[in-house]
Design a protein around this ligand. Sequence first.
Ligand code: PBG
Length: 321
Amino acid sequence: MIYRTRRTRINENIRSIVRETVLNIEDLIYPIFVVEGEGIKEEIPSLEGNFRYSVDKLDEIIKEIEELGIRGVLIFGVPKYKDEFGTSAYVEDGIVQKAVRRIKEISNLFVITDVCMCQYTSHGHCGIIKNEYVDNDSTLEYIAKIALSHAKAGADMVAPSDMMDGRVKAIRSLLDENGFKNVGIMSYSAKYASSFYGPFREAADSKPQFGDRRSYQMDYGNIREAMREIEYDIEEGADIVMVKPALSYLDVIRWTRDRFNHPIAAYNVSGEYAMVKAAAKMGYIDEEKIVFEILTSIKRAGADIIITYHALDVARRLKSR
Ligand code: PBG
């Protein structure tokens, strides 16, 4: 026998020496939901262990995130006021804008903001509706305005998740015109029309009131099309490209890693999180072990950055090792 691959598995010392992929706290980005109002810290039923915070209640969680060694957060706003044009998404005193100002005031975290319209529109779609169709070109102006308002509030990076064509270019141009040359863009480039977003839409109150998102988000049968989405976003100036969801799309992450040199973010979305939580609650799986296996496999597939609701738990465990 020449090859005995088991020799390098004989004990934990050698296993850790030859381990190819290791999860680090620095890989993780934690999503935070911010609501309008005061004194609010309410658990999100579909995302157990995650909360909606009003701006005045953010300090504690922000301090905790920093102490754990997590470097970045992704901010989602849950506004009270909604209209056809998502007006509350780009006002100076909007919920995300207020949250960003507070977080930058009290911490050194890298703050990324989700740029989209679905939480802010009465119809729950990610753009401007014309004849029951999400109109691409008129939406671009709004998406860019939202991004600019986040930059003005102090965001380090904006993350458009609307899936309109040309949004990265529209955002880049408006940010540059206004002197925000160093505010980056993490584009949700390959974002699929997925049933894994269910719990998020509960958390953010962003369900479409008619139809679905399949005329703008991608068809899950496609991977070459994802490469085109990524290629165009890079050409338009994206600094980081994203694949979303993560777990059913590990092949997309791998293809992206093999074809492009940009940093890749993978979004371990709400439905993926909720499935783990539910199965753990039933006693069917070991939550801690499964979470490490899932996140490591996302990294092994080629992701540099993992956006996950498990971030705090994982960081606590990594820190105590
Ligand atoms: C907004 C947005 C969604 C998610 C992130 N940004 C929902 C959607 O597109 O319907 C989903 C995140 C998750 O499920 O964790 N467009």
